[in-house]
Ligand binder design. Structure first.
Ligand SMILES: Cc1cc2nc3c(=O)[nH]c(=O)nc-3n(C[C@H](O)[C@H](O)[C@H](O)COP(=O)(O)O)c2cc1C
Length: 355
């Protein structure tokens, strides 16, 4: 029997299988609003059979957007558009998830298909970036303003407000984005965090913001709803954040109510040498799950049904997150079910003719 197609219950949510649409920015919002694009893009992956459909990195504050076209949830007016998306995802039997994000020092870039690349200058519509320390991401990138205690409190407040809106918008799962060199990862990594106050220095200091945030978030997010966090399990550079620290972080976040660690890597420096290949981040999910005793998600070049089945059935991860493969083929889950001898779950509109 396929384990990939076995259900998983986390708190009050039962996922129909272990396949998650990985969060992927589509840079298609105006002023943060979800549009028909989001309904169709995410809705297709829900009718495509995913267990969880996760929205792209969604900004908790306009200054936390990676690009001006990012999806947002910093005001109540954003709720109805998102509600439309979650209603449709649920109607297709999938759980809806939202990844809440702040880009910190990596905020304010042109979207990938713009004629111009890189960071947007303030005079062309960019904005002041914030971060743990005034260290730019790379040569020529903007130098962020070091966050004060007030900025940190405001950040937690913005996040909690976004969590409340996520609940009102009908999301089943929230994922905190603490990977890929964005704001929360910037606090963890010695590459970007040179603070000498309570939010820097040793492991306890660099993880303090995570602990405060998760405590606040867990109070605001219903007890019955799962909470995930995506981390970069390693920076892939000497002197950077490590897998051992990720395991320690997972243990403490579990005790504060995080249910699943979504294990990605990299993004804090352009100098990292990353050995990209099929399933290259799976060992991080496996170690974190085994050594911290927490559910884990594996992501990164998982493209084949048998590969995904092996990851779940061998206990390396509880969920597989698929990114680009689900862009190529939104119906991947149905095809995988056929290949693995599980029952495909085509929507009725298609099942009578192709199922
Ligand atoms: C177009 C695109 C946008 C992405 N946006 C996000 C994002 O919003 N949040 C995030 O955590 N990862 C993001 N990622 C990373 C993916 O979620 C995923 O981790 C990565 O693509 C590796 O998985 P894959 O090999 O299955 O594509 C993005 C990747 C792509 C290709």
């Amino acid at each position: 029997m396929s384990q990939l197609f076995s259900p998983l219950t986390i708190r009050g949510s039962t996922l129909r299988n272990r396949i998650a649409l990985s969060p992927m920015c589509t840079y298609s919002s105006e002023d943060g609003f979800a549009s028909d694009w989001h309904l169709v893009h995410l809705g297709t992956r829900a009718s495509g059979g995913c267990g969880i459909v996760m929205c792209e990195a969604t900004a908790v504050h306009p200054d936390g957007r990676i690009s001006p076209q990012d999806l947002g949830i910093w005001k109540d007016e954003h709720i109805p558009g998102l509600r439309r998306v979650t209603d449709f995802i649920r109607s297709q039997g999938a759980a809806s998830a939202i990844q809440l994000a702040h880009a910190g020092r990596k905020a304010g870039t042109y979207r990938p298909w713009s004629e111009v690349r890189g960071f947007i200058p303030i005079e062309d519509g960019g904005w002041e970036r914030i971060g743990p320390s005034p260290i730019p991401f790379r040569d020529g990138a903007p130098t962020p303003v070091e966050m004060t205690q007030q900025d940190l409190s405001d950040f937690i407040e913005d996040f909690v407000a976004a969590i409340r809106r996520s609940d009102e918008a009908g999301f089943d799962v929230v994922e905190i984005h603490s990977a890929h060199g964005y704001l929360l990862h910037q606090f963890l990594s010695p590459i970007s965090n040179h603070r000498s106050d309570a939010y820097g220095g040793d492991f306890k200091g660099c993880t303090r913001l995570h602990h405060e945030l998760v405590e606040a978030v867990r109070h605001a997010w219903p007890e019955t709803k799962p909470l995930f966090i995506r981390i970069s399990a390693t920076d892939w550079v000497d002197g950077g954040w490590t897998i051992e620290e990720s395991i320690e972080l997972a243990k403490s976040l579990k005790s504060l109510g995080v249910d699943l660690m979504d294990c990605s890597s990299g993004g804090s420096t352009p100098d990292a040498q990353i050995p990209v290949g099929p399933g290259y981040q799976v060992p991080f999910a496996e170690r974190i799950s085994r050594e911290a005793g927490i559910l884990s998600g594996a992501v990164g070049m998982i493209t084949e049904p048998k590969q995904a089945e092996e990851i779940v059935s061998s206990g390396q991860a509880d969920l597989v997150f698929l990114g680009r493969e689900l862009l190529r083929n939104p119906y991947w889950a149905h095809i995988a079910a056929q290949e693995l001898g599980a029952r495909p779950n085509w929507p009725n509109q298609y099942a009578w003719s192709v199922g």
